[in-house]
Design a protein around this ligand. Structure first.
Ligand code: FAD
Length: 298
Protein backbone atom coordinates (compact mmCIF):
# COMPACT_ATOMS: atom_id res chain seq x y z
CA UNK A 1 0.00 0.00 0.00
CA UNK A 2 1.38 3.37 -1.05
CA UNK A 3 0.53 6.68 0.59
CA UNK A 4 0.55 8.29 -2.83
CA UNK A 5 0.54 6.95 -6.36
CA UNK A 6 1.57 9.48 -8.97
CA UNK A 7 0.45 8.65 -12.50
CA UNK A 8 2.85 10.41 -14.86
CA UNK A 9 6.60 10.84 -14.62
CA UNK A 10 6.86 14.20 -16.34
CA UNK A 11 7.75 17.49 -14.63
CA UNK A 12 4.43 17.65 -12.73
CA UNK A 13 4.58 14.09 -11.38
CA UNK A 14 8.28 14.13 -10.50
CA UNK A 15 8.06 17.52 -8.83
CA UNK A 16 5.20 16.25 -6.65
CA UNK A 17 7.19 13.14 -5.75
CA UNK A 18 10.09 15.28 -4.45
CA UNK A 19 7.80 16.74 -1.84
CA UNK A 20 5.78 13.67 -0.89
CA UNK A 21 8.82 11.44 -0.45
CA UNK A 22 10.59 14.08 1.62
CA UNK A 23 7.47 14.23 3.83
CA UNK A 24 8.00 10.51 4.40
CA UNK A 25 5.02 9.39 2.34
CA UNK A 26 5.53 6.07 0.57
CA UNK A 27 5.53 7.28 -3.03
CA UNK A 28 5.18 5.42 -6.30
CA UNK A 29 5.57 7.19 -9.65
CA UNK A 30 4.22 5.38 -12.71
CA UNK A 31 4.90 6.56 -16.26
CA UNK A 32 4.59 4.85 -19.61
CA UNK A 33 7.18 6.97 -21.41
CA UNK A 34 8.99 10.31 -21.16
CA UNK A 35 5.97 12.42 -22.10
CA UNK A 36 5.96 15.85 -23.75
CA UNK A 37 9.06 17.26 -22.14
CA UNK A 38 11.34 14.71 -23.78
CA UNK A 39 10.30 16.11 -27.16
CA UNK A 40 11.64 19.57 -26.30
CA UNK A 41 15.11 19.72 -27.86
CA UNK A 42 16.17 23.02 -26.38
CA UNK A 43 14.68 24.61 -23.33
CA UNK A 44 15.79 28.09 -22.37
CA UNK A 45 12.85 29.44 -20.41
CA UNK A 46 13.18 27.24 -17.34
CA UNK A 47 14.68 28.94 -14.32
CA UNK A 48 18.29 28.34 -13.33
CA UNK A 49 20.12 27.41 -16.54
CA UNK A 50 22.54 29.84 -18.13
CA UNK A 51 22.48 27.96 -21.44
CA UNK A 52 19.88 25.72 -23.01
CA UNK A 53 19.09 22.23 -21.76
CA UNK A 54 17.31 19.41 -23.58
CA UNK A 55 14.01 18.19 -22.18
CA UNK A 56 15.39 14.68 -21.99
CA UNK A 57 18.34 15.77 -19.87
CA UNK A 58 16.13 17.78 -17.55
CA UNK A 59 13.77 14.84 -17.14
CA UNK A 60 16.53 12.33 -16.41
CA UNK A 61 17.99 14.68 -13.78
CA UNK A 62 14.54 14.95 -12.18
CA UNK A 63 14.17 11.15 -12.15
CA UNK A 64 17.58 10.73 -10.51
CA UNK A 65 16.70 13.31 -7.89
CA UNK A 66 13.42 11.57 -7.05
CA UNK A 67 15.05 8.13 -6.92
CA UNK A 68 17.86 9.40 -4.68
CA UNK A 69 15.28 10.67 -2.21
CA UNK A 70 13.63 7.25 -2.05
CA UNK A 71 10.56 7.24 -4.29
CA UNK A 72 9.91 4.30 -6.60
CA UNK A 73 9.54 4.90 -10.32
CA UNK A 74 8.13 2.22 -12.62
CA UNK A 75 7.78 2.35 -16.37
CA UNK A 76 4.31 0.88 -16.92
CA UNK A 77 1.15 1.96 -18.70
CA UNK A 78 -1.80 2.69 -16.43
CA UNK A 79 -5.02 1.17 -17.78
CA UNK A 80 -7.46 2.11 -15.06
CA UNK A 81 -7.89 3.77 -11.68
CA UNK A 82 -10.67 2.62 -9.35
CA UNK A 83 -11.76 4.12 -6.08
CA UNK A 84 -13.02 2.03 -3.20
CA UNK A 85 -11.83 2.58 0.35
CA UNK A 86 -8.47 3.29 -1.28
CA UNK A 87 -7.42 3.73 -4.90
CA UNK A 88 -6.51 0.74 -7.05
CA UNK A 89 -4.29 1.51 -10.02
CA UNK A 90 -4.14 -1.17 -12.72
CA UNK A 91 -1.18 -1.18 -15.09
CA UNK A 92 -0.15 -3.46 -17.91
CA UNK A 93 1.85 -5.47 -15.38
CA UNK A 94 0.56 -4.88 -11.85
CA UNK A 95 -2.14 -3.61 -9.54
CA UNK A 96 -1.13 -1.03 -6.94
CA UNK A 97 -3.10 0.33 -4.00
CA UNK A 98 -2.73 3.89 -2.77
CA UNK A 99 -4.40 6.14 -0.22
CA UNK A 100 -4.16 9.09 -2.59
CA UNK A 101 -3.59 9.51 -6.32
CA UNK A 102 -2.13 12.36 -8.34
CA UNK A 103 -2.98 12.39 -12.04
CA UNK A 104 -0.12 14.06 -13.93
CA UNK A 105 -0.49 12.42 -17.32
CA UNK A 106 0.08 15.47 -19.50
CA UNK A 107 -2.03 16.63 -22.39
CA UNK A 108 -4.49 13.97 -23.59
CA UNK A 109 -4.00 12.73 -27.14
CA UNK A 110 -6.16 14.24 -29.84
CA UNK A 111 -9.56 12.71 -30.53
CA UNK A 112 -9.77 10.17 -33.34
CA UNK A 113 -11.00 11.54 -36.62
CA UNK A 114 -13.41 9.01 -38.09
CA UNK A 115 -16.50 10.08 -39.99
CA UNK A 116 -19.64 9.70 -37.90
CA UNK A 117 -17.79 9.25 -34.60
CA UNK A 118 -18.45 12.70 -33.18
CA UNK A 119 -22.04 12.77 -34.44
CA UNK A 120 -22.87 9.45 -32.73
CA UNK A 121 -21.21 10.22 -29.39
CA UNK A 122 -23.71 9.30 -26.69
CA UNK A 123 -25.79 7.39 -29.26
CA UNK A 124 -23.75 4.23 -29.55
CA UNK A 125 -20.28 5.76 -29.31
CA UNK A 126 -18.94 5.75 -25.77
CA UNK A 127 -15.65 6.50 -24.05
CA UNK A 128 -16.42 4.84 -20.71
CA UNK A 129 -17.15 1.17 -20.07
CA UNK A 130 -17.85 1.82 -16.39
CA UNK A 131 -20.41 4.51 -17.19
CA UNK A 132 -22.12 2.94 -20.22
CA UNK A 133 -21.30 -0.80 -20.31
CA UNK A 134 -24.60 -1.63 -18.61
CA UNK A 135 -26.61 -0.14 -21.51
CA UNK A 136 -25.22 -2.83 -23.82
CA UNK A 137 -26.33 -5.90 -21.88
CA UNK A 138 -26.26 -8.89 -24.27
CA UNK A 139 -25.81 -6.58 -27.27
CA UNK A 140 -23.16 -6.50 -29.96
CA UNK A 141 -20.35 -4.15 -29.05
CA UNK A 142 -16.97 -3.16 -30.38
CA UNK A 143 -13.88 -1.68 -28.79
CA UNK A 144 -11.82 0.60 -30.98
CA UNK A 145 -8.14 0.27 -30.13
CA UNK A 146 -5.16 -1.96 -30.67
CA UNK A 147 -3.32 -2.23 -27.35
CA UNK A 148 -3.61 -3.24 -23.72
CA UNK A 149 -6.03 -0.41 -22.95
CA UNK A 150 -8.49 -1.75 -25.54
CA UNK A 151 -8.22 -5.25 -24.09
CA UNK A 152 -8.66 -3.93 -20.57
CA UNK A 153 -11.88 -2.22 -21.69
CA UNK A 154 -13.05 -5.39 -23.48
CA UNK A 155 -12.43 -7.35 -20.28
CA UNK A 156 -14.65 -4.88 -18.37
CA UNK A 157 -17.39 -5.25 -21.01
CA UNK A 158 -17.47 -9.03 -20.54
CA UNK A 159 -19.58 -8.40 -17.42
CA UNK A 160 -22.36 -7.18 -19.75
CA UNK A 161 -22.04 -9.03 -23.03
CA UNK A 162 -20.06 -11.79 -24.70
CA UNK A 163 -20.42 -10.36 -28.21
CA UNK A 164 -17.32 -8.16 -28.26
CA UNK A 165 -15.11 -7.33 -31.23
CA UNK A 166 -11.86 -5.39 -31.11
CA UNK A 167 -11.46 -3.06 -34.09
CA UNK A 168 -7.83 -2.03 -34.49
CA UNK A 169 -8.36 0.37 -37.42
CA UNK A 170 -5.60 -1.02 -39.59
CA UNK A 171 -3.10 -1.73 -36.82
CA UNK A 172 -1.86 -5.05 -35.52
CA UNK A 173 -3.27 -5.95 -32.13
CA UNK A 174 -0.39 -5.73 -29.67
CA UNK A 175 -0.66 -6.75 -26.08
CA UNK A 176 1.25 -7.64 -23.01
CA UNK A 177 1.47 -11.33 -22.03
CA UNK A 178 -1.08 -10.79 -19.26
CA UNK A 179 -3.70 -9.79 -21.81
CA UNK A 180 -3.07 -12.66 -24.21
CA UNK A 181 -5.81 -14.71 -22.54
CA UNK A 182 -8.28 -11.84 -22.81
CA UNK A 183 -7.54 -11.43 -26.50
CA UNK A 184 -8.08 -15.15 -27.15
CA UNK A 185 -11.78 -14.96 -26.29
CA UNK A 186 -12.47 -12.01 -28.57
CA UNK A 187 -13.10 -11.37 -32.23
CA UNK A 188 -10.45 -9.09 -33.69
CA UNK A 189 -10.88 -7.09 -36.91
CA UNK A 190 -7.69 -5.40 -38.10
CA UNK A 191 -9.18 -3.60 -41.12
CA UNK A 192 -9.04 0.18 -41.59
CA UNK A 193 -12.25 1.93 -40.61
CA UNK A 194 -13.92 4.26 -43.10
CA UNK A 195 -16.84 5.54 -40.99
CA UNK A 196 -19.46 4.86 -38.36
CA UNK A 197 -23.02 4.92 -39.63
CA UNK A 198 -26.48 5.19 -38.08
CA UNK A 199 -29.61 7.29 -38.40
CA UNK A 200 -30.06 8.28 -34.81
CA UNK A 201 -28.02 5.55 -33.13
CA UNK A 202 -24.96 3.66 -34.27
CA UNK A 203 -25.85 0.82 -36.63
CA UNK A 204 -22.78 0.02 -38.71
CA UNK A 205 -19.03 0.19 -38.69
CA UNK A 206 -17.86 0.51 -42.30
CA UNK A 207 -14.41 -0.45 -43.59
CA UNK A 208 -12.24 0.86 -46.39
CA UNK A 209 -12.64 -2.42 -48.27
CA UNK A 210 -16.40 -1.78 -48.64
CA UNK A 211 -17.51 -4.29 -45.98
CA UNK A 212 -19.52 -3.32 -42.92
CA UNK A 213 -20.49 -4.91 -39.57
CA UNK A 214 -23.68 -4.21 -37.62
CA UNK A 215 -22.96 -2.88 -34.17
CA UNK A 216 -25.02 -1.68 -31.18
CA UNK A 217 -22.23 0.20 -29.50
CA UNK A 218 -18.56 1.01 -29.76
CA UNK A 219 -16.19 1.97 -26.97
CA UNK A 220 -13.21 4.12 -27.86
CA UNK A 221 -9.97 2.91 -26.24
CA UNK A 222 -7.45 4.16 -28.72
CA UNK A 223 -3.75 4.31 -27.76
CA UNK A 224 -3.42 4.51 -23.98
CA UNK A 225 -5.76 5.74 -21.26
CA UNK A 226 -5.59 9.49 -20.79
CA UNK A 227 -6.54 11.81 -17.95
CA UNK A 228 -9.97 12.20 -19.56
CA UNK A 229 -10.53 8.43 -19.55
CA UNK A 230 -9.58 8.22 -15.87
CA UNK A 231 -11.77 11.24 -15.10
CA UNK A 232 -14.87 9.76 -16.75
CA UNK A 233 -14.67 6.53 -14.75
CA UNK A 234 -13.89 8.23 -11.46
CA UNK A 235 -16.52 10.93 -11.84
CA UNK A 236 -13.98 13.75 -11.93
CA UNK A 237 -15.34 16.97 -13.40
CA UNK A 238 -13.62 18.01 -16.62
CA UNK A 239 -13.84 20.99 -18.92
CA UNK A 240 -13.18 19.87 -22.47
CA UNK A 241 -10.07 17.73 -22.16
CA UNK A 242 -8.84 19.36 -18.96
CA UNK A 243 -9.38 18.04 -15.45
CA UNK A 244 -11.02 20.63 -13.22
CA UNK A 245 -9.00 21.36 -10.10
CA UNK A 246 -9.37 23.98 -7.42
CA UNK A 247 -6.59 26.34 -6.39
CA UNK A 248 -5.04 23.53 -4.36
CA UNK A 249 -4.94 21.05 -7.28
CA UNK A 250 -7.79 19.03 -5.74
CA UNK A 251 -10.35 17.39 -7.99
CA UNK A 252 -13.96 16.89 -6.86
CA UNK A 253 -13.05 13.33 -5.74
CA UNK A 254 -11.60 13.10 -2.24
CA UNK A 255 -7.96 11.99 -2.23
CA UNK A 256 -7.55 12.58 -5.95
CA UNK A 257 -5.42 15.43 -7.23
CA UNK A 258 -4.24 16.54 -10.68
CA UNK A 259 -1.37 18.70 -11.91
CA UNK A 260 0.39 19.80 -15.08
CA UNK A 261 -0.79 19.82 -18.68
CA UNK A 262 -3.75 17.53 -17.93
CA UNK A 263 -5.37 20.42 -16.05
CA UNK A 264 -5.17 22.78 -19.03
CA UNK A 265 -4.01 26.39 -18.67
CA UNK A 266 -0.45 27.54 -19.38
CA UNK A 267 1.24 24.34 -20.55
CA UNK A 268 4.85 24.88 -19.55
CA UNK A 269 7.45 23.05 -17.48
CA UNK A 270 7.52 25.77 -14.84
CA UNK A 271 3.74 25.62 -14.29
CA UNK A 272 3.75 21.80 -14.26
CA UNK A 273 6.53 21.80 -11.64
CA UNK A 274 4.73 24.44 -9.57
CA UNK A 275 1.39 22.62 -9.70
CA UNK A 276 3.11 19.35 -8.81
CA UNK A 277 4.63 20.96 -5.72
CA UNK A 278 1.31 22.49 -4.66
CA UNK A 279 -0.55 19.22 -5.21
CA UNK A 280 2.06 17.42 -3.10
CA UNK A 281 1.60 19.86 -0.25
CA UNK A 282 -2.14 19.21 -0.28
CA UNK A 283 -1.63 15.45 -0.59
CA UNK A 284 0.60 15.54 2.48
CA UNK A 285 -2.06 17.48 4.41
CA UNK A 286 -4.77 15.08 3.21
CA UNK A 287 -2.71 12.03 4.14
CA UNK A 288 -1.98 13.44 7.59
CA UNK A 289 -5.66 14.11 8.11
CA UNK A 290 -7.06 10.81 6.91
CA UNK A 291 -4.60 8.28 8.21
CA UNK A 292 -3.35 8.05 11.73
CA UNK A 293 -0.63 5.65 10.54
CA UNK A 294 0.74 8.23 8.18
CA UNK A 295 0.51 10.97 10.80
CA UNK A 296 2.57 8.84 13.11
CA UNK A 297 5.26 8.40 10.49
CA UNK A 298 5.61 12.10 9.64
C1 FAD B 1 8.07 19.81 -28.66
C2 FAD B 1 7.77 20.47 -27.34
C3 FAD B 1 8.57 21.51 -26.91
C4 FAD B 1 8.31 22.13 -25.67
N1 FAD B 1 9.13 23.14 -25.25
C5 FAD B 1 8.94 23.71 -24.04
C6 FAD B 1 9.83 24.73 -23.56
O1 FAD B 1 10.78 25.13 -24.22
N2 FAD B 1 9.57 25.23 -22.33
C7 FAD B 1 8.53 24.83 -21.53
O2 FAD B 1 8.39 25.31 -20.42
N3 FAD B 1 7.67 23.86 -21.97
C8 FAD B 1 7.84 23.29 -23.19
N4 FAD B 1 6.98 22.33 -23.65
C9 FAD B 1 5.82 21.96 -22.80
C10 FAD B 1 6.22 21.01 -21.66
O3 FAD B 1 6.95 19.93 -22.18
C11 FAD B 1 4.99 20.54 -20.91
O4 FAD B 1 4.23 21.66 -20.48
C12 FAD B 1 5.36 19.69 -19.69
O5 FAD B 1 6.12 18.58 -20.10
C13 FAD B 1 4.13 19.24 -18.96
O6 FAD B 1 4.48 18.36 -17.94
P1 FAD B 1 3.48 17.23 -17.41
O7 FAD B 1 4.21 16.53 -16.33
O8 FAD B 1 2.17 17.83 -17.11
O9 FAD B 1 3.25 16.27 -18.67
P2 FAD B 1 4.26 15.41 -19.54
O10 FAD B 1 5.62 15.97 -19.52
O11 FAD B 1 3.61 15.21 -20.85
O12 FAD B 1 4.31 14.01 -18.77
C14 FAD B 1 3.20 13.17 -18.77
C15 FAD B 1 3.57 11.84 -18.14
O13 FAD B 1 2.39 11.05 -18.02
C16 FAD B 1 2.66 9.73 -18.49
N5 FAD B 1 1.42 9.08 -18.92
C17 FAD B 1 0.44 9.53 -19.74
N6 FAD B 1 -0.53 8.60 -19.86
C18 FAD B 1 -0.16 7.54 -19.10
C19 FAD B 1 -0.73 6.26 -18.82
N7 FAD B 1 -1.91 5.86 -19.33
N8 FAD B 1 -0.04 5.43 -18.03
C20 FAD B 1 1.16 5.79 -17.49
N9 FAD B 1 1.74 6.97 -17.72
C21 FAD B 1 1.09 7.84 -18.51
C22 FAD B 1 3.68 9.94 -19.60
O14 FAD B 1 4.35 8.73 -19.85
C23 FAD B 1 4.56 11.01 -18.95
O15 FAD B 1 5.45 10.39 -18.06
C24 FAD B 1 7.22 21.69 -24.87
C25 FAD B 1 6.42 20.64 -25.31
C26 FAD B 1 6.69 20.02 -26.54
C27 FAD B 1 5.82 18.88 -27.00
Amino acid sequence: MYDVIIVGKGPAGLSAALYTVRANLKTLVIGKDDGAVARAEKIENYFGFTGTISGEKLLKAGEQQVLRLGAEIVCEEVLGINKGENFEVTTTKNKYTGRTVLIATGQPQKKLKIEGLKELEGNGVSYCTTCDGFFYKDLKVGVLGSGDFALHEAEELKAFTRDITIYTNGRKLQCNDDYLDVSKGLKVVEKSILKLEGEEYLQYICFNDGAKDTLDGIFIANESASSVDFARKLGIITEGTSINVDREQKTNVAGLFAAGDCTGGFKQISTAVGQGALAARKIIEYARGVSSNISAEL
